[in-house]
Design a protein around this ligand. Structure first.
Ligand code: FAD
Length: 447
């Protein structure tokens, strides 16, 4: 291992090989490891080549905002390095008139959104930690966010990927292209691969013209039954909101006090109309009608930015109630959302843990959460058991154990519950084909 580290220092410069860095993400704190910070794609390739030759594992690290432990180093004794993409920060090209950009993996999600906005464009993926998360990590988790309901997830906005594959080769699939079916879809395969198939060094992105108007509407209901009925009425009405979110009563007790337009309680639905001014007004009028029945309160915030900033803080506000939480991101068919919300509370009660949920209602994606006191091992064990029941529930309802955060470390092994053995074997065969030595992010994503 020492010879490898010396060689890596010669590649990236000794100042960029940091010994004893604790490498984890939001969900898993991780342990001390050697963090290597290459400056560009060719240095990434050289680092991977040396590690691959020496049998040293590589944990790709982005902004460490992940919620599944994907970027965490957990075995202090293993031959492993953490490979940070933070210095790959160039926007290689930006052509606003053609609605496209080529950017390196370390550019933050917020930077991409800002550059797009300043040119009258929009990069729709909006996972909730934009200042922290990086393009590479956002692609590697295929992150979603509130506006995925209308606009899709990160992968829908990636037209090409540059990546370093084993044993240390730079490959480019796709590019500044809107269509490409020449080969198997390696671009899609790398998207959401959680650093287990290679290292993303850059990507080509596509944008859309920014909508002229974004008009949110916020509606409070007495309970989940009334709120979920309203959600289904929105879908039945045929109107397409840009976002369709929910927050159950317990979640609102934690974060409703900070709601930008005044304290809010109940089961809350947030929807947003967008488009040209006239189109957004039309959609808003239809949303008002679909959401009205059974509502206790309805308001139309004039600042979408303040609303979505509040939305970004919901997870932290919920964690603050007892100091810690176990949050999952199961997804179910949208017509089963109400059952999943109710069952989350029942599971929490069975394990003597306060529970709540909120999430991307239109996508049937729940952040089902169990509240804990930090450092209480018994509560942590009960939360693990509760999470197991939650996964069973999601699958029984026709859903998935993870709608957007990925399998990472926290849900390792869960795929076997969800997929038939032949499908699991196909995933395993892909891993072995692209990473024959099993050195890219071992222990993550795999069944
Ligand atoms: C407050 C908060 C809200 C969030 N809201 C959402 C949300 O609404 N929707 C959602 O989907 N996610 C959400 N997330 C999760 C997180 O923001 C996303 O998963 C994020 O985009 C990950 O990016 P990152 O750069 O921080 O990746 P990291 O956490 O650093 O890494 C994530 C995974 O990607 C791999 N990886 C990182 N960089 C690369 C690379 N260049 N090449 C290959 N693999 C790589 C890592 O090994 C790891 O497996 C939220 C997180 C927080 C803290």
């Amino acid at each position: 291992m020492n010879a490898t580290i010396d060689a890596l220092a010669r590649i990236v410069g000794p100042a960029h090989v940091l010994a004893g860095e604790v490498v984890g993400d939001v969900a898993v704190p991780g342990v001390a490891a050697t963090l290597v910070r290459p400056a560009d794609a060719s240095q990434v390739a050289a680092v991977v080549a040396r590690c691959y030759a020496d049998g040293v594992a590589i944990v790709p690290v982005g902004g460490r905002s992940g919620l599944a432990g994907g970027a965490a180093v957990v075995d202090a004794d293993a031959d492993v390095i953490a490979l940070s993409l933070e210095r790959l920060r160039a926007v290689r090209s930006f052509q606003p008139a053609l609605w496209r950009m080529e950017a390196e993996a370390g550019v933050t999600t917020a930077t991409i959104a800002r550059l797009a906005r300043e040119s009258g464009l929009r990069f729709p993926p909006d996972p909730g930690a934009p200042e922290q998360s990086q393009l590479g990590g956002t692609i590697a988790t295929n992150a979603g966010g509130p506006h995925a309901f209308k606009y899709g997830v990160t992968g829908d906005w990636v037209t090409g990927i540059e990546a370093v594959l084993a044993p240390g080769e730079i490959v480019r699939v796709g590019g500044a292209l809107r269509k490409d079916v020449a080969g198997y879809d390696l671009r899609a395969l790398l998207t959401g691969s959680e650093g287990t198939l290679g290292v993303v060094t850059a990507a080509w992105l596509r944008f859309v013209p920014a909508p002229a108007a974004q008009l949110p509407i916020v509606v409070a209901y007495p309970d989940a039954a009334a709120g979920c009925a309203a959600l289904l009425r929105v879908l039945e009405s045929g109107v397409e909101p840009a976002a369709l979110e929910y927050f159950d009563e317990a979640t609102m007790r934690a974060c409703g006090i900070a709601f930008p337009d005044g304290a809010l309680r109940g089961f809350v639905v947030v929807a947003e109309a967008d488009g040209s001014a006239a189109e957004a007004e039309r959609v808003l009028a239809e949303l008002r009608e679909a959401l009205a029945e059974g509502a206790d309160a309805m308001l139309e915030p004039r600042s979408p930015r303040a609303l979505w900033r509040w939305r970004d803080g919901v997870s932290s506000a919920v964690a603050a109630v007892r100091g810690a939480k176990r949050s999952e991101d199961v997804a179910v068919p949208v017509d089963r959302l109400r059952e999943a919300i109710a069952a989350t509370l029942r599971i929490g009660a069975r394990h003597d843990l306060p529970a709540c949920s909120w999430g991307h209602a239109g996508d049937g994606n729940l952040h089902a959460t169990f509240l804990l006191q930090p450092g209480d091992a018994a509560q942590r064990a009960r939360a693990d058991a509760a999470a197991g029941e939650l996964f069973e529930l999601a699958l029984a309802l026709g859903g998935t154990v993870t709608g957007e955060h990925g399998i990472g470390l926290l849900k390792a092994g869960q795929l076997r519950r969800q997929w038939a053995p032949a499908a699991v074997a196909a995933q395993r065969a892909i891993k072995v084909a692209l990473d024959p030595k099993g050195l890219f992010n071992p222990g993550k994503k795999q069944p």
